[in-house]
Unconditional design. Structure first.
Length: 84
């Protein structure tokens, strides 16, 4: 039951991200200053990636942060100060 709740959350998140993306695309299609258009263009790239990752996690039923697909999306950095 818990896993199904997490899967439902991913479905809602994917739908919300898709709707938000549509709103930004509508803005870009209108009249905008160059700087605003450029900024929104960059935001669209980030939002598409975020939506695609959420959809992939939903598709692969990876709702638990312990799942490989979930962890594969994390950014890892080496903190050399902890090695000393």
């Amino acid at each position: 039951a818990h896993r199904e709740g997490e899967a439902q959350h991913l479905r809602r998140l994917t739908a919300e991200l898709t709707a938000d993306l549509g709103e930004i695309v509508d803005l870009v299609r209108g009249r905008l200053p160059t700087l605003s258009r450029t900024t929104l263009g960059a935001l669209i790239v980030l939002d598409v990636h975020q939506r695609d990752v959420a959809a992939l996690l939903e598709e692969r039923c990876a709702a638990d942060p312990a799942d490989f697909e979930w962890q594969a999306q994390l950014r890892h950095e080496l903190d050399e100060s902890q090695d000393r």
